[in-house]
Design a protein. Structure first.
Length: 272
């Protein structure tokens, strides 16, 4: 337990001294800000704004300037955009030692690779949960400043439940990105994997089979796919959880492989 705490402290210190943390918060805050701009466009009485292309598209999608639509936008931003941001965080946490050429120092620590990996995943989970809360808080502040109205069937609990479940699903399905970071030893492969899954999630969801593709499920649950959300079932969530667990365990296994095979090579080269 003490070694896990030490590994966790080391990860916290490394990320605390990095600007990436604040960059992710700033990037994720774009969703509530853009949502607020959409609300302003829809509420604006100016004829030019009302006839704009963006306003017409939002009205076609049945989006109105109220709390229902705004909170739905926040949930959909987490379900779709969260795959990019959360995946980037996983790639950063697990790939930075390779890019900074400090992986040999990490592997040489007298701490099991399982605990080191768990410490990284703990940081990842708290980081992404913090982003989800920050995103929602920013959205609530913007909504209050805009004095958004509520509809007759508005339920805060229903919207909050939808938002946080979407966030949890997105956090889980972004975990396999960590394996590609340690497998390919850097950022490029996990970022490519993340972009590929995002593209396929949109294509497969559009065909009507997204409820069995794990990276489509958060977006569908958020309501981004409209009525396709109703197709989600226990098998859908089971596939997502199994995919997340596969990413978690494969990362630990590869870290152990790295210590057994990569570290001796570093030592051999140093002796030569």
């Amino acid at each position: 337990m003490n070694s896990l705490i030490k590994a966790l402290k080391a990860e916290i210190i490394k990320n605390k001294n990095s600007n990436i943390t604040w960059i992710t918060f700033a990037a994720f805050a774009l969703a509530p800000v853009m949502g607020g701009i959409f609300m302003l466009i829809l509420r604006d009485s100016n004829d030019l704004a009302k006839t704009s292309t963006l306003s017409a598209k939002m009205e076609f999608m049945n989006v109105a300037a109220n709390w229902d639509s705004y909170l739905n936008i926040l949930s959909q931003a987490v379900g779709v955009g969260g795959i990019i941001v959360f995946g980037f965080i996983a790639a950063w946490i697990f790939g930075r030692e390779y890019s900074e050429n400090t992986i040999k120092d990490l592997l040489a620590l007298p701490i099991s690779m399982a605990k080191i990996s768990n410490a990284k995943f703990i940081v990842y989970i708290f980081w992404t949960i913090g982003l989800a809360f920050f995103n929602l808080l920013t959205g609530l502040i913007i909504g209050l400043l805009l004095h958004l109205p509520t509809s007759n069937d508005f339920l805060v609990s229903a919207h909050l439940s939808n938002y946080f479940i979407t966030a949890i699903l997105t956090i889980l399905i972004s975990m396999p990105t960590a394996f590609f970071a340690v497998w390919q030893k850097g950022y490029l492969a996990p970022l490519g994997f993340m972009a590929l899954t995002l593209v396929f999630s949109q294509i497969i969801a559009a065909t009507g089979y997204g409820y069995y593709f794990p990276w489509s499920i958060p977006g569908l649950y958020s309501g981004a796919g409209g009525e396709y959300k109703l197709q989600l079932d226990a098998l859908s969530y089971g596939i997502l959880i199994l995919t997340s667990m596969a990413g978690y365990f494969s990362t630990i296994v590869y870290y152990r492989f790295s210590r057994k095979n990569i570290l001796p090579n570093f030592k051999r080269k140093r002796q030569e």
